[in-house]
Design a binder for this molecule. Structure first.
Ligand code: HEM
Length: 278
């Protein structure tokens, strides 16, 4: 990092904070949830002892659930606030170039990426959001909705059985448990690979904590957005200063702790499935 190097601001403070709380809550939900799901394994017993027993693990699970649902709601409210502030229509918001919804370019980029992987074409000119980032976003969007709704059903069965039949509590347990396994498996492998382990970013990308990336790196990684901003004269708006070195070091330590925890959970799950599944 040098004082003269220019940085490109990719994530604002709100989105960085939301992602930070998402990491903390998801890791806690996953650790406490899996210690319950695989409670017959030694690692689950050790984990739950660290959490102060299965009962307090259940309390931590519910507390983190409130954090995660709050993050989700703040994100939805923020979308509406941004739409009003920028005075854009829902159509532009949902179908415009910077939308998180899939569009024709994502399909073309996906095909071009496959060709690039086997050396049959150049690296696609990715824009603000790539197809794999949109996929990760909707995987979480769907996951929070399904896991959250079934989790609330398990938490407040008396309330929910006023509207739904009692047997649905059993179904909700299966959906919650299996969707949680899928979400944990997805986030700690596919999401980690997409963001940190792909060759351009290996071994870790801290942009979601620091908010900015060196401009030269951004130009190579997201050429389509870079060109668009240069042509429209808007690039200046996104230029920022780098974070102080000490802050970057703290972010890296946090990032590594999260990555190592996630990978450990995957290893424990695979171990439980292979050697002691019940
Ligand atoms: C976000 C809202 C969530 C709510 C409201 C919620 C709520 C609950 C509740 C009430 C239970 C029963 C716990 C007990 O009996 O003490 C439970 C179990 C569980 N939760 Fe969650 N949870 C949420 C999210 C998550 C997430 C994100 C994961 C993991 C990625 C997860 C994984 C699990 C697992 C594995 C179990 C055990 C299921 C079993 O016994 O097979 N939960 N959850």
């Amino acid at each position: 990092m040098t004082g003269t190097k220019k940085y490109f601001l990719r994530f604002n403070t709100l989105n960085r904070s939301l992602h930070f709380f998402m990491i903390i809550s998801f890791l806690t939900l996953s650790l406490t949830g899996m210690s319950l799901k695989f409670s017959y394994t030694t690692w689950a017993k050790i984990l739950s002892r660290i959490f102060g027993g299965f009962e307090s693990a259940g309390f931590l699970h519910r507390f983190s659930a409130i954090v995660m649902i709050t993050v989700f709601l703040i994100h939805l409210i923020n979308l509406i606030v941004v739409k009003r502030k920028e005075s854009v229509s829902w159509k532009t918001m949902l179908l415009g170039e910077n939308s998180m919804l899939f569009n024709k370019k994502d399909f073309e980029d996906f095909i071009a990426s496959l060709k690039w992987f086997v050396g049959k074409g150049p690296r696609p000119e990715y824009g603000r959001w790539t197809y794999w980032e949109k996929f990760d976003y909707f995987a979480v969007f769907w996951g929070v909705f399904v896991i959250g709704l079934t989790g609330l059903t398990l938490w407040f069965p008396e309330f929910f059985t006023r509207f739904i039949p009692g047997w649905f509590i059993n179904v909700a347990t299966i959906i919650h448990s299996d969707e949680a396994l899928l979400a944990t498996g997805f986030i700690f492998t596919v999401h980690f690979f997409n963001t940190h382990l792909r060759p351009e970013k290996f071994p870790m990308d801290i942009v979601i904590f620091s908010g900015s990336v060196p401009l030269e790196e951004y130009k190579l990684d997201r050429p389509a957005e870079y060109k668009k901003l240069v042509e429209s004269g808007e690039l200046e708006k996104y230029l920022s200063d780098p974070q102080p070195s000490i802050v970057l070091i703290a972010m890296k330590i946090f990032g590594w702790a999260a990555l190592i925890t996630g990978f450990s959970v995957i290893i424990w799950i695979i171990y439980a499935m292979l050697f002691s599944y019940r």
